[in-house]
Each structure stands twice: as C-alpha cells, then as structure tokens.
Ligand binder design. Sequence first.
Ligand SMILES: [Zn+2]
Length: 161
Amino acid sequence: MAARRASPSAVKLNRTYDVAELAARLGVHKNTVRHWQRDGLKPLDGRRPVLFHGSTVRAFLSSRSASRKSPCPPGTLYCFRCRAPRAPALGMVDYLPISATGGNVRAICATCETVMHRRAAQATLASILPGCDVQVVQAPPRLKGSPSPSLDCDLERQATT
Ligand SMILES: [Zn+2]
C-alpha cells in the first residue's frame, strides 16, 4: 500500500499545518496524525487548533522511518501486533528455506502469540537468533501422518551402531 505511506518530503519546511491539512498532505487519516502526536510529534504550541510546523513533522517522520528500518536486536523478530521486536515463544524458531542461502524465519511472539516472520540468510541464523532452537522446515510441508524419511534414517543409523 505505497499510496498510504507518508512521505516526509510532501510537507513544506516553512509552513504550518493543522491536523486535517497535514493528514491530507500526507495521505493519512486524521487519527494517524493524532497518533503521531501521542508518539511524540510536537505541536507548535498548546493552542487550538493544533498546528504543526513542517520542519518538525519532517524530522519526526524521518526519525520514525529510520527506527522502523533498524534491524531487530539479536534474539528477536518484529511482531506487527505488538509493534515491537519480540523474542520467540519458548525460543522456538522455524526456518523455511527459499533459496540455497536465504529463507523465512517464523516464530510465535512470546507476548501475544502472533506469528512473526523475518527474512534471513541461513548462515546468519546463529547470530540473529542466538540460543534459539531453529527447526529447518522443508517446503512443501510434510503431510500429516506420513512417515518422516529423516526420522527413519536416524533410527536405522541408531540400530546399526
Ligand atoms: Zn506480539
């Protein structure tokens, strides 16, 4: 939904905007602007209508997008429900390879139990999710109830040793 993304450059630096003007300028809902205000977007003063200075808005939006782009700290994935990096529940992580080197990391948020996803190279898993129990899931997923070839191999190996 690229059209809804607020572009800081749409705001003129030398102008002030009220909530409705700012929302129209950036193509967002007025509630979004009020949400930004709660998140730290400083109005010009305490008067009504609330006015925001263009330069303040730009600084606020660019710092926000910068922090959003920052990678999650080690041991976490970004949970879109919590809107924060979260640790995987029970330290359990699924890795779904897409190519020889890259794939999707999948885990359950330890806080709200929402499924979290993150793109990662398999080689970086140990460093981005230290101490997590990473299970590599081969696509397509195995049918429920069908025998697992890898398990059979392990059993055979155990039997012969
Ligand atoms: Zn969560």
